[in-house]
Design a protein around this ligand. Structure first.
Ligand code: SF4
Length: 501
């Protein structure tokens, strides 16, 4: 529950108090993560210690697990206990492992995870993991078996990473342990229905079983997170002056501005409320169409390359598909080719990377289009993994602004507004009339298909993966053509003759 609380407090509310009949189906991607996580856990546990020092409780029936864990902790020889269940008062933890370090009298608990134990800075703990293992530390301390100072995570590489829970989590000086304590208090208040909770439309919702319920709630509340790019953090400060999309559309934004580009609202610069207000007005104006805020300087080229890649974060981020849709000719649909490079393992990934680099660099006059910085980030990662393919400078030159145009970060996000709740390629291309061949297509679905293809070798599944990648590239062409024609205009006048509810 604490882990979910880090991602979304509303999730905890619905899990405890929601009507289970209203849950959406668990996605195939989430099911794949579960089974992949269990396989990874079994693999790690197989190599963690010899049979004399590990007590494995995973086959002990759940109701007996708590007693078995306590008994194992009293064993003079056990240094590791797998598949545990620990409890103190209303706190329950199910650590994958409890460890008795050779020094000191205390036990320490942790989990086995398929991802890195660390945040993107590679130093700080991942908050959702820290919440979970931090709770184990609290329980062990309260039960007199631990000191509450540390917990661990064994990540995808099999290395044990310690979390020092006494270190500050934030600039306020609050430690990780204090933060977990606070989460526990909040969880209890949600359990006892003393604390209100709010959902927020975000990428996390896509894989959540409460997405249909929450979408109805957010629509009903006219929640500010319905505005593309406006997340929970900004919502929670902006809603003091404008609690709904319609309120924001009508707000006197100029009155918020203060000297130096600031506003009265902590954490919000003067330009942002204005931008969000423009988006709110487009959302709430009947018949509003997308607009460009300035000339976008986009044009068809004699030859264009539309690049999209698929990666699997559960398998060392292998790039299993490089798709490059080539369009030749400045008018009409143009002549199109779709070379793609598939990879099952890192050796094939090297080959696919090399062939993609070859194709992308062959004609320096052909602009390359991507949607988001993901391709650039992955090509940097690939260059480090396969340094014999090209140099770091080659990758930087490929993604330089005079060669590659990121339609998301360079164009859509800063310079356009749409009557949509998201700036992702899917809603934009669908708005423009494009349909993916596969109605269930998504990045997450593609990863679960790749897993299925890896297990079954079914060529139809492979074709499904390639078709999805192809359609993503076509969606980019559809969007590019629409952006070229997008009128430069001001947001609609407010109030409109009729307001969309
Ligand atoms: S759908 Fe979104 S807002 Fe609702 S519980 Fe899930 S993550 Fe939270």
């Amino acid at each position: 529950m604490l882990r979910d609380l880090v991602a979304c407090e509303r999730r905890v509310h619905h899990d405890l108090h929601g009507d289970p009949a209203l849950r959406d189906k668990v996605s195939s991607f989430v099911e794949m993560l579960w089974s992949g996580g269990m396989a990874h856990e079994a693999e790690i546990l197989g190599g963690v210690a010899d049979g004399d020092t590990i007590v494995d409780l995973r086959d002990v029936p759940l109701p007996l697990r708590e007693g078995a864990t306590i008994a194992a902790m009293r064993s003079p020889t056990a240094l590791w206990i797998a598949g545990d269940r620990i409890r103190h008062a209303d706190l329950l933890g199910m650590p994958d492992l409890i460890h008795h370090p050779s020094t000191g009298d205390h036990w320490r608990a942790g989990d086995i995870k398929a991802g890195s134990p660390f945040a993107p800075d590679r130093i700080r703990p991942k908050p959702e993991y820290a919440a979970q293992v931090g709770l184990y530390a609290i329980i062990l301390e309260m039960a007199g078996m631990g000191d509450g100072d540390a917990a661990f995570v064994i990540g995808s590489d099999g290395e044990l990473a310690w979390y020092d829970l006494g270190l500050p989590k934030s600039k306020s000086g609050e430690s990780w342990a204090q933060w977990v304590d606070r989460l526990v208090v909040h969880a209890r208040r949600i359990r006892d229905q003393e604390a209100g909770t709010r959902g927020a439309l975000s990428a996390t919702c896509g894989l959540c079983v409460w997405r249909t319920v929450c979408r109805a709630e957010l629509d009903g509340a006219d929640d500010l997170t319905l505005i593309a790019g406006l997340g929970r953090g900004i919502r929670d400060v902006l809603d003091r002056v404008a609690p709904t999309v319609s309120d924001l559309a009508a707000l006197d934004v100029a009155a918020l501005s203060r000297a130096g580009g600031r506003t009265d609202i902590v954490g919000l610069g003067a330009s942002r409320p204005q931008r969000f207000q423009d988006k709110a007005r487009i959302l709430r104006t009947p018949g509003a169409t997308p607009i460009a805020r300035q000339h976008l300087e986009l044009a068809r080229a004699d030859r264009e390359l539309h690049l999209d890649i698929e990666t699997d974060p559960t398998r060392d981020n292998i790039v299993y598909l490089f798709g490059i849709l080539e369009r030749i000719g400045r008018h009409g649909p143009g002549e199109r080719r779709f070379p793609y490079f598939f990879a099952h393992d890192l050796a094939e990934e090297r080959e696919a990377f090399a062939r993609s680099m070859e194709m992308l660099t062959a004609d320096p006059a052909a602009p390359i289009y991507v949607y988001s910085a993901y391709e650039r980030t992955c090509f940097r990662m690939l260059q480090q993994r396969h340094p014999d393919v090209c140099s770091a400078e080659d990758v930087e030159a490929l993604f330089a602004k005079d060669r590659t145009i990121d339609l998301y970060f360079d164009v859509v996000l800063p310079h356009t507004d749409w009557p949509l709740n998201s700036n992702s390629i899917k809603p934009l291309a669908k708005y423009l009339g494009f349909k993916w061949a596969d109605a269930d297509a998504s990045g997450a679905a593609s990863i679960s298909w790749f897993d299925e293809y890896d297990r079954t070798g079914d060529p139809a599944v492979r074709e499904r993966i390639v078709q999805y990648n192809h359609d993503d590239c076509v969606a980019m062409i559809v969007l590019l053509d629409a952006l070229i024609d997008l009128p430069v205009a001001d947001p609609p006048a407010w109030p409109p003759a009729r307001v969309l509810a």
